[in-house]
Write a protein that binds this ligand. Structure first.
Ligand code: PMP
Length: 316
């Protein structure tokens, strides 16, 4: 669950100081939020898709969640490449080029006066009939939202969060691959409901073999004996853009990082544990399934990597 704040800045204490995404008064949208919808900017109230759109009827579509820091799309190429790769995997032809997509994203956040914000870019199969056949949906729809986001309260970044292991598993790679960022997040939503029921913020999802994949909306990393470990692409994960940045940052700060199949036990005995994602950025985990991680405090390597990430987004 994340909280999206419209126009009004979120309360100061809900944001990390280094990832402040609320606009200053000069950035604040003066008129209705503008949404990019099939080539045009429209008021939020007019940004509507049909109830016959297969994105809604069947979750048939793909999307990206992207950050803009200091007026620049963070890891633009990585996000755009993943969006088009996801679309290709589900045989969905995005009706605009990658360059046009980038220009449309820029047009959207600039039209709203944002300098730091979150972007949601969505491509749906488009309007069809009530059957599932995508051939009946000849015109995919594209829309882009720019808005403010605060995924977790600030103190969680300092103290870490508790997570559980969900009973519901991540998609089998030969179903719709977890590498496709599709509009169908139901497995993840079911796992999130388990987290909600347990009173924790996130759930770790295992894969069809019982190995660790990722959390409902974030990739995961652990630290053991000074080495950072993260599940491989083949363990049923979304190939996170932030994950890739983090692997690069480990190298930069001189901490060994290995992509490796992990079991739940590896999480239980980890010295440190953290999550990465566009929305959450880098979030420490200090408890899993009621087992304390390391000292129960945010560990030194996690702290170092959070600092490196903050510096990276300032310089990017
Ligand atoms: N896994 C899942 C299931 C996600 O939805 C996300 C995006 N929130 C991530 C991982 C993290 O990916 P990224 O760093 O590209 O945001």
């Amino acid at each position: 669950m994340f909280y999206v704040f419209m126009f009004l800045p979120p309360p100061e204490d809900t944001l990390m100081t280094t990832t402040v995404t609320q606009p200053t008064p000069t950035q604040a949208p003066k008129k209705s939020l503008q949404i990019w919808l099939d080539g045009k900017l429209v008021d939020k109230a007019d940004a509507k898709v049909s109830v016959y759109d297969h994105g809604l009827l069947y979750g048939d579509g793909v999307f990206e969640g992207i950050r803009v820091y200091n007026g620049k799309i963070f890891e633009c190429e990585g996000h755009i490449e993943r969006l088009y790769a996801s679309a290709r995997a589900i045989r969905l032809e995005i009706p605009i080029s990658k360059q046009e997509m980038k220009a449309a994203i820029e047009q959207t956040f600039r039209a709203n006066g944002f300098v730091d914000c979150y972007i949601r870019a969505v491509v749906t199969r488009g309007v069809g009939d009530l059957g599932i056949d995508p051939r009946k949906s000849p015109k995919p729809s594209v829309f882009i939202i720019s808005d403010l986001i605060a995924v977790y309260p600030k103190e969680f970044y300092e103290k870490g969060i508790a997570v559980i292991t969900a009973s519901v598993i991540r998609n089998h790679p030969n179903a719709c691959s977890p590498r496709v960022k599709s509009l169908n997040y139901l497995n993840n939503i079911l796992a999130k409901i388990e987290a909600n029921d347990a009173g924790v913020m996130e759930a770790v999802m295992l894969n069809h073999e019982g190995n660790v994949s990722e959390c409902t909306a974030d990739n995961l990393f652990i630290v053991r004996d000074g080495t950072v470990l993260t599940p491989t692409t083949y363990d049923g994960i979304l190939e996170g853009v932030t994950r890739k940045v983090m692997i690069g940052l480990c190298k930069k700060v001189g901490v060994p990082c290995v992509e490796k199949t992990l079991q739940r036990h590896d999480l239980y005995v980890a010295d440190e544990f953290f999550l990465t994602g566009t929305g959450a950025e880098v979030m420490p985990v200090t408890m899993i399934d009621k087992r304390q991680i390391g000292s129960g405090q945010v560990g030194p390597i996690t702290k170092k990597l959070i600092d490196a990430f903050r510096q990276h987004i300032r310089e990017a």
